[in-house]
Design a protein around this ligand. Structure first.
Ligand code: GLC
Length: 585
């Protein structure tokens, strides 16, 4: 702190531009390894085919043995189940399908006894249209919740056209098209939605209210201020029950007409200050997908988005480059045996974001999530997934493992939409524990399962993989153990790309701390590769973790070090006696 004051004074004196960085977040984030659970699909303890909180609590031995330190649960609140729990009817109550508030407290306590943490999903931007706030708001002006939502009698012709198009969709209730919903309510004709029709947007105000649109309230108006207070109340309610943090759904979208995100950033800075003063050890994780905005706005962690649309997009994992997720032709995936991917674009983009944010918070490149295809799709094998996991679990920032990715659970295609999932059903199937018809997830008959399981004759299950020393599960466990024991490989260790970006395979980067240096090398391609890197003259190089064969050879000073990797392999090398670490000591 004293250093920071000194630097600021010096900068002011020298008239240098200075960036005031946010204070560090909770200490436990330095070593946090998150695990995301879609609660309907993790473990069913009451034989109704749907997962629940006591089910999760019964699996903590497993999660601890894997090396997990924190959970993030998708929404567990009373919901209308039109969007997998993201349409909340009561923010202060656990949905009966998952148990009770007491079950949630019990889960938090059981986690805390193991030194683990519990984070929930905060659906900050909208509610269900069955939420009592909305029902009241719909019924008239000047009531307590009237201005929690955005109502208007006038919308443009283009906006009316969007409503029409939504009604032409096969299932309008699960279509995101358009901005307004025609409600013809006593309050007004239309309300603004966020995602589906059943998800009316909460009113946090407009950054630049249009004087011709009287329904666009400034962020300081009483309605938006009350909504903001409600958000704090929700967080405080669950913090006081032992919850350790929130992943905030659609965090960047709360304030409307805020193109540069200035007003929504101010909102989160206010929340951050409040958090720091009252609950300094609780974490704020953004679903913003722009760490350069979200971390200075006060979040501790944000997700780093790879990919995007169009031919110039970076593609690490997407094998089907023409499917709907990609939105068109994408470049070939980097993690593919075909070996036709590029690494240049990823390195440039990641390096920029990482460099700009590393002192403000953590970024995370998750293994998957409840909205995306799992990386385990055909023809990827367990060997390919080991290489991919080596990458995802040796990056700086906080790792997030999506449930089931640690055992290589497959993306399932062609499933029906479930509770508003559309194509997302394929990554929300029940966790596969054991070799039986329901994969040990539930005792109901198969036809009553939340979604089908696909264990491939019991091979893709926790039970089978625990027994197999060469399984993906045991590989991931070992990787997380190595990460937890090393400062350099942990969340705060620095990251530098040291490979040749013109030669995409292998990918080579260095992770360092004051006292340790590691080189991570990855060859997802189906060909043997060899490259020379400048690792600044270490005296010894030891392979400490690998998927199979590979070698790291130190050459006499100045000549660079030689790496050779077998097809589809990864090695992690520990360097000692190198110039860089000696300088630091
Ligand atoms: C977020 C969630 C997604 C949900 C949407 C609307 O993007 O991750 O599952 O459908 O918000 O709440």
């Amino acid at each position: 702190m004293r250093n920071k004051v000194f630097l600021l004074v010096m900068a002011a004196f020298l008239m240098l531009p200075t960036v005031v960085k946010a204070e560090a977040g909770p200490e436990w984030l330095k070593k946090a390894v998150f695990y995301q659970i879609y609660p309907s699909s993790y473990m069913d303890s009451d034989a109704n085919g749907i997962g629940d909180l006591p089910g999760i609590t019964s699996k903590l031995d497993y999660l601890q043995s894997l090396g997990i330190t924190a959970l993030w649960l998708n929404p567990i609140y009373v919901s209308g189940w039109q969007d997998g729990g993201y349409d909340v009817i009561d923010f202060y109550k656990v949905d009966p399908r998952f148990g009770t508030n007491t079950d949630l407290v019990n889960l938090a306590e059981a986690l805390h006894q193991r030194g683990m943490k519990l984070c929930l999903d905060l659906v900050a931007g909208h509610t269900s249209d069955k939420n009592e706030w909305f029902l009241q708001s719909k019924s008239g002006k000047d009531l307590r919740y009237s201005d929690y939502y955005i109502w208007t009698n006038e919308i443009t012709d283009a906006e009316k056209e969007q409503i029409k198009r939504r009604y032409e969709a096969p299932d309008p209730s699960a279509s995101t098209i358009g901005r307004f919903v025609e409600a013809n309510a006593p309050r007004a004709k239309y309300y603004e939605k966020n995602f589906y029709e059943s998800q009316p947007a909460l009113n946090y105000g407009y950054a630049n209210p249009d004087p011709n649109h009287p329904w666009e309230q400034p962020v300081t108006a009483p309605g938006p201020k009350a909504t903001r207070q409600e958000l704090k109340n929700i967080m405080e309610f669950w913090f006081s029950k032992g919850v350790d943090g929130f992943r905030v759904d659609l965090a960047s979208s709360l304030v409307k007409n805020d193109p540069d995100k200035k007003e929504v950033s101010k909102l989160w800075q206010e929340m951050r200050q409040w958090r720091d003063q009252n609950f300094p050890d609780r974490a704020l994780i953004a679903e913003w997908f722009n760490p350069e905005q979200s971390l200075p706005a006060g979040f501790d962690i944000d997700f780093y988005r790879i990919g995007g649309r169009g031919a110039s997009a970076i593609n690490l994992f997407r094998l089907n480059t023409t499917n709907t997720y990609g939105g068109g032709n994408m470049p070939k995936a980097y993690f593919d045996r075909a070996g036709q991917g590029e690494v240049k674009g990823f390195v440039a983009a990641f390096d920029k974001t990482y460099t700009n944010t590393r002192e403000v918070g953590y970024l995370s490149l998750p293994t998957g999530n409840h909205d995306s295809e799992r990386i385990s799709q055909e023809p990827r094998t367990m060997q390919d997934l080991k290489v991919a996991m080596t990458f995802l679990l040796t990056l700086p920032g906080a790792p997030f493992i999506y449930y089931g990715d640690e055992i290589g659970m497959k993306q399932q295609f062609g499933l029906p939409s479930k509770e508003g999932s559309n194509a997302r059903s394929g990554c929300r199937t029940p966790m596969q524990w054991a070799d039986n018809e329901t994969a040990g997830f539930s005792t109901v008959s198969v036809d009553k399962l939340y979604l089908p399981v696909a264990t491939e004759n019991g091979t893709i299950t926790v039970e089978a993989e625990e027994k197999d020393p060469n399984s993906l599960l045991n590989y991931v466990k070992g990787l997380l153990k190595l990460r937890s024991q090393s400062e350099a490989l942990n969340n705060d260790g620095t990251w530098n790309y040291v490979g040749n970006t013109e030669q995409p395979y292998p990918m080579v980067y260095r992770r360092s701390s004051d006292y340790e240096d590691y080189i991570v090398t990855l060859n997802p391609s189906g060909k043997k590769v060899k490259t020379t890197i400048n690792a600044q003259g270490a005296s010894t190089a030891t392979v400490v973790y690998s998927t199979g064969k590979g070698a790291y050879k130190i050459q006499p000073k100045g000549k660079g070090d030689i790496i050779t990797l077998d097809p589809c392999s990864a090695i992690i090398v520990k360097l000692t006696g190198c110039q860089q670490c000696d300088d630091k000591r």
